[in-house]
Every structure is written in C-alpha cells, then in structure tokens.
Design a protein around this ligand. Structure first.
Ligand SMILES: [Zn+2]
Ligand SMILES: [Zn+2]
Length: 145
C-alpha cells in the first residue's frame, strides 16, 4: 500500500501518525498470512527499523482498537496473531494442534446482524468468530475423526 494511503488510514481513525504505526501497518499489509508480535518485531529488525517489543505490542493494541488491523487469538498458546484489516469479512478456522489457520469467507451472520440491527437501537459495527479444532493433517496424525 502507498505510504499516503497508510497515512490516510491513520488519520481517518483519528490517530497520530507515528513512524511505528506507519511501519507496522505497511508490514502487515504486505504480509502473506498472519503474523505474531514477535514475527513483526523480527521483520522490523530485518528492515533496519528500530522498535522495541513493548512498542510493537502497544502499537498493535492501538491499531486493533481502531480496526485498522485484526487480532486473532490462538487458543493453545495464549498468543495472538495479526492481519491487516482488508474489510472483506471473514472468519478463521484454527487448528489447536499445529496452529494452521484457514480462512472462511462465507458468513451466514450477515443476515442475522441485519435482523438485530432492524430490531434494536444498538449500532453493530462487526462481529468476530473463530473456530477451533483440528486440521486435516492433525486429524490423520492424531487419529481424530
Ligand atoms: Zn493441524
Ligand atoms: Zn461473520
């Protein structure tokens, strides 16, 4: 993504444009898949960007709060992964054994959400569901049907 677009994104969220935010958004936007805070920290180092791990965590927190990025919790390791919020609605299936993550783009809850909106004064801005279980390989390996 162009730097000006990243800056716009930060500005629209009403956040201050810090180099930490710009760099982390840039990195997540280019990433192929989900990244942990330590993956991000390492990639920043690889790109000669100085940022300590606690700043990475703080920045991720802020960007998540503002819906610029999404956080996905891994059930097994109490670790979180992050992705750039591309605004194409999706959910994840997360393998409890190997942490493999598959994306699902079909969501039957969109209709449900509309119904709730129609019958309440609550303004719903989104929902989050993660499915936990075992991937094909782990099912085979662990003999789970
Ligand atoms: Zn697995
Ligand atoms: Zn959904």
């Amino acid at each position: 993504m162009k730097k000006t677009n990243i800056l716009k994104k930060i500005e629209n969220a009403g956040l201050k444009k810090t180099k930490y935010r710009v760099n982390i958004i840039d990195l997540l936007e280019k990433a192929d898949g989900l990244l942990s805070a330590s993956d991000i920290h390492q990639l920043l180092i690889d790109n000669d960007i100085q940022m300590d791990l606690s700043t990475v965590y703080r920045t991720l927190e802020k960007l998540t709060e503002n819906n610029i990025i999404n956080r996905i919790e891994l059930e097994k390791e109490k670790q979180s992964l992050y992705e750039y919020n591309r605004e194409k609605h999706h959910h994840f299936m997360i393998c409890k054994s190997c942490n493999k993550i598959e994306t699902i783009y079909d969501c039957p809850l969109t209709k449900y959400e509309e119904d709730i909106k129609a019958h309440s004064d609550f303004l719903i801005t989104g929902h989050k569901i993660e499915f936990y279980g075992y991937c094909k390989n782990c099912r085979k390996r662990l003999k789970i049907n």
